[in-house]
Design a protein. Structure first.
Lengths: 272, 219
């Protein structure tokens, strides 16, 4: 992991170097291009690989109070089928009677097969104990669908309801600043500072935004699942804290995932 | 029209109604709104200064969100009502002075912290201005969600902010910072004064950044 400090330094200096001597508009473009190039370079050594390896091992290892592996877990395509599962989640599961995203489905399997208490994991902060294992599992499972196209089902009434709820939550203004997800993610070609913002109401933007997570974040050296990505969006929206795998986060997952139909799953990506 | 023909038309109409009911047995908008509220109530918890009152219904936000989601613009009367009630929250500065120090204003414009569950409730909040607006020519890392504010005062002919000619634009800018929704019912800009994001003193500093002829953005 010695690559990290150096990467950090490059990150800090590179945009400045582009920006200082040039007219604004040209420099903006150049900085964005530079950042894209920098990310591409990093892809060769994406630390997400380590989480993938860990996730695969966790899937196959006998663990938990019942000392069972997750190989019997049904992620939607039958027990033990991992490839292609990520691009169809969130979806409705008859055995729980709920629409579930990847992380909430993992909790179901960890509870039912392995004997973990789902609520204990829900109450564990990100980056600690079993939460780290859920993130690693999600990273590996998503990576197994890399390059496949998003194809979420809308055939079950509960899936259609969750899409409509997700859409309402996406446009809901609240918090001290009256921000909605839509404040930043409902127009093309906008930025916050120099960060490009995907338009998640459209197909291409949704695929770009939804399709990149789980992702490794260079700025804080953390692997982020979609749940953590949404959690931090809500933090910056100045909303209260969205509970882990709460229905609001899953409804947003349905809204984004359905909008992303046909887009390519790029996760695990590497991000600023 | 013979009654048999009427009957068969009626049958077709019923059949179509039945079919579409089968194909899309979806809940009504009102039911979906209710379900959303129920999910909202169960999905969030208070953390730090981000308490649950932040997701309590706010009529201005509810109306604007619905317009955003459906793409149907608000009725002119509704727009007017939102602007009127937000306008009523705006108060002139307590000491009659609208402008503070543009250097402090620049710091506030740069600062994006405050009001999240990881921020201390006792620290001064930032204005987040550069996140969405170009302001000074020197700062190249600016967002594009809002219009450029470069040369804000100069373009509006503010040579002396204390003059009678400048009064309308000075008062408008003050109001816009205090409560943006008084001028644009569904503006995306936070209501900095009304929602207690920035203090009156901080807003004066941002006013100076925008309107003081000595501010780098007007030179």
């Amino acid at each position: 992991m010695t690559v990290l400090p150096r990467a950090w330094l490059t990150w800090a200096i590179m945009p400045l170097a582009c920006l200082v001597v040039t007219p604004a508009a040209w420099a903006q473009k150049s900085a964005a291009d530079g950042i894209a190039e920098y990310r591409k370079m990093l892809q060769d050594g994406n630390p997400a690989d380590l989480f993938e390896v860990k996730g695969e091992s966790l899937w196959k290892t006998k663990r938990g109070p019942k000392n069972v592996s997750l190989e019997g877990c049904d992620l939607g395509k039958g027990p033990g089928v991992v490839k292609g599962a990520w691009v169809e989640l969130p979806r409705y599961f008859a055995d729980t009677g709920k629409v579930q995203d990847l992380e909430s489905r993992l909790l179901t399997c960890m509870e039912r097969l392995q004997g973990f208490k789902a609520q204990d994991i829900i109450d564990t902060p990100f980056g600690k104990d079993e939460q780290n294992n859920v993130t690693a599992l999600a990273t590996w499972i998503a990576a197994e669908s890399k390059g496949m196209k998003f194809n979420l089902s809308q055939s079950h009434p509960e899936e259609r309801k969750m899409y409509e709820v997700g859409k309402r939550l996406f446009f809901m203004r609240g918090g001290s600043h009256d921000f909605a997800c839509a404040t930043c993610h409902a127009q093309d070609d906008k930025r916050i500072r120099l960060q490009d913002l995907p338009n998640i109401t459209g197909n291409a933007g949704a695929a770009m935004g939804f399709g990149a997570w789980p992702a490794y974040r260079v700025s804080n050296g953390q692997m982020w699942s979609m749940q953590l990505r949404l959690n931090d969006c809500y933090r910056q929206q100045r909303f209260p804290y969205p509970k882990f795998v709460s229905d609001a986060t899953i409804a947003l997952g349905v809204y984004m995932g359905v909008n992303a139909k046909g887009g390519e799953a790029a996760s695990p990506a590497i991000k600023r | 029209m013979p009654s048999t023909q009427k009957f068969s038309i009626a049958m077709v109409v019923c059949g179509v109604a039945l079919l579409s009911a089968c194909a899309a047995p979806g809940p009504s908008n009102a039911e979906l709104d209710q379900l959303t509220q129920k999910i909202l109530a169960s999905s969030f918890r208070a953390q730090g200064q981000a308490q649950l009152d932040r997701i309590q219904p706010d009529e201005d936000n509810r109306l604007c969100a619905e317009a955003d989601r459906t793409g149907v613009a608000l009725d002119a009367k509704v727009t007017q009502a939102i602007e009127t009630r937000n306008m009523a929250t705006i108060k002139a500065p307590s000491d009659g002075k609208y402008l503070g120090d543009w250097k402090e204003g620049e710091k506030i414009a740069q600062d994006g912290r405050g009001k999240t569950w990881t921020d201390s409730a006792t620290m001064a909040n930032g204005g987040n201005c550069y996140n969405c607006h170009q302001i000074s020519k020197e700062e190249l890392s600016y967002g594009t969600l809002g219009p450029s504010l470069y040369n804000y005062g100069k373009l509006r002919g503010v040579a002396n902010p204390n003059s009678a000619e400048s009064k309308p634009i000075v008062e408008y800018t003050w109001g816009k910072l205090m409560n943006s929704r008084a001028y644009n019912a569904c503006s995306s800009m936070p209501r900095f004064g009304h929602k207690g994001i920035l203090t009156e003193a901080q807003i004066k500093h941002v006013m100076a950044l925008l309107l003081d002829p000595a501010s780098p953005i007007n030179r």
